[in-house]
Design a protein around this ligand. Sequence first.
Ligand SMILES: [Zn+2]
Length: 102
Amino acid sequence: MKIPDTLKILGREIRVEQTPDLAHEHDDQGQAKFRIDSIRLQAHTPSVPRTPQGIAITFLHEILHWLLFLNQEDKVIQDNEALVARLSEGLYQVLHDNQLRF
Ligand SMILES: [Zn+2]
């Protein structure tokens, strides 16, 4: 999966940034930043090795957070982080294993 620099989600233009310091600064692999319309992803670096598959799953994970946020499902986000994690893993598997591109 090629990670784009920008992404449109329900009409919002979201900037996608791969950064080398997210894991060190926030102990995160990805963040959906609703106030500044962005998704931040921990990049693969020598001190934070990541696979392309891992980065793609994190990317899908943050897209799911954005979809829940834009549908005013903030409570779902807070209460179901594990569900978002399982859905992003499952969505990646279906897209990847079936070589789906739209
Ligand atoms: Zn999450």
